[in-house]
Design a protein around this ligand. Structure first.
Ligand code: DSN
Length: 415
């Protein structure tokens, strides 16, 4: 992008902005929660709507001058309803975590009980970690994945629910590579009289495209992020039935937020419009196909792939079997030096600190956006293994880095 105006007044910020553009162009973004939005989404997010206050909802604002804010928010809502088939959508949450916060606020009292997946097994901070407000305001118990298969232990979940009698069961995960059985969890929630929140932050795009089954119309509440696999403006979203519509709207504003970030909502509207095009379904299918190839490539090299593969956009590797002396954080550093940007991640049965855990998590949404197909992804899988296996060999890292430069040049961003 051209930062002419910024440079004229602030060269330090212009340098950093240009540096970030260059970093994204010349490295492989494989953090599973990241993607590259279109120039149209970037432009909408950079619009003058950043100046506008629009507390309230379309047609019911607390400020004058909201006519275009109304148009934008209504477009985002209507497109989201069409994309996910939801009865009611709130597009104002500033993030996925704040979308989750609104659901808790709408349904629970402090001290109520939440049953959610353990963070080290693929859950999320906002599902009940003690360091997060959720772990502090509510009583939380956590289910796990089956240690043998790596799949959600649905029977264990049902047993825990019967014992714990939660008010809310949370499904949907941030480091879980398998398709989620929403109906099974809904049945458990119904049996114990709990609400069910399905957090599809990572897989919003896969669900929208129909390449992962949808919890919309199954779970009481569905939350998501809008900038991950669905590749729209940055932020969160809540979907629910008409029955809970007012409670959710009141919990988002004024319950948990003030003025909506209208420029981000414009980015959401544009991105949702793009996701309604046929090409988006092809994109989402390619994301999943690429991840399957990445998992196979890793397994062929001898990496232990959690759950044995993937149905989604991400692959989780437990390094303890193949590289017992190499924590994930050290692997992350070596890969970043070579130009492959992914993250160290906790794994089921974690034995190390969350600051330098035992696994790495790799996702395909970003590379698929820049046109990587199965062959290119298989080569990236080979290169990842090569770096991890030679993490302290500067010559190997330099050699891989050169190849990453070539791959980036062959798959340019923002042409
Ligand atoms: N930070 C996101 C992730 O990487 O999974 C979740 O919020």
């Amino acid at each position: 992008m051209d930062y002419e105006q910024v440079r004229a007044v602030d060269s330090a910020v212009a340098d950093a902005l240009e540096g970030e553009d260059s970093r994204q162009e010349h490295t492989l973004a494989m953090i599973a929660s990241e993607n590259h939005v279109s120039k149209a989404v970037l432009e909408a997010q950079g619009s003058a709507l950043t100046n506008k206050y629009a507390e309230g909802y379309p047609g019911k604002r607390y400020y004058a001058g909201c006519e275009y804010a109304d148009d934008i928010e209504q477009l985002a809502i209507d497109r989201a309803k069409e994309l996910w088939g939801a009865e009611h959508v709130n597009v104002q949450p500033h993030s996925g975590t704040q979308a989750n916060q609104s659901v808790y606020f709408a349904t629970l009292e402090p001290g109520d009980k939440i049953l959610s997946l353990d963070l080290t097994h693929g859950g999320h901070l906002s599902h009940g970690h003690p360091a997060n407000f959720v772990g502090q305001f509510y009583e939380v118990e956590q289910y796990e994945v089956d240690p043998e298969t790596g799949y959600i232990d649905y029977e264990g979940l049902a047993e825990m629910a019967a014992e714990f009698e939660p008010d809310m069961i949370v499904s949907g995960y941030s480091a879980y590579p398998r398709e989620v059985e929403w109906e099974t969890i809904q049945d458990v929630a119904d049996d114990v009289g709990a609400y069910h929140l399905a957090d599809i932050a990572h897989i919003t795009g896969l669900v929208a495209a129909g390449v992962h089954r949808s919890p919309v119309g199954v779970a009481d509440f569905v939350t998501g992020s809008t900038h991950k696999t669905v590749r729209a403006g940055r932020g969160g979203i809540v979907m629910t039935s008409e029955e809970h519509a007012d409670d959710i709207d009141n919990a988002v504003f004024p319950g948990g937020q003030g003025g909506p970030l209208m420029h981000n909502i414009a980015g959401k509207a544009v991105g949702f419009g793009e996701a309604l095009e046929d090409e988006f379904t092809e994109y989402a299918q390619q994301v999943v196909d690429n991840a399957a190839v990445l998992a196979e490539t890793f397994a062929d090299h001898g990496f232990e792939v959690v759950s044995g593969g993937t149905d989604t956009h991400l692959v989780l590797v437990d390094l303890r079997e193949s590289h017992p002396e190499l924590p994930g954080g050290d692997a992350e550093d070596a890969l970043a030096e070579a130009g492959i940007v992914l993250n160290a991640n906790t794994v089921p049965g974690e034995t190390r600190s969350p600051f330098n855990p035992s696994g790495i998590r790799a996702g395909t949404p970003g590379l698929t956006t820049r046109g990587f197909d199965e062959d290119a992804i298989a080569e990236v899988g080979d290169l990842i293994y090569k770096v991890v296996d030679n993490h302290d060999d500067e010559d190997v890292i330099a050699e891989v880095s050169e190849r990453i430069d070539e791959l980036c040049a062959a798959h340019p961003l923002y042409e």
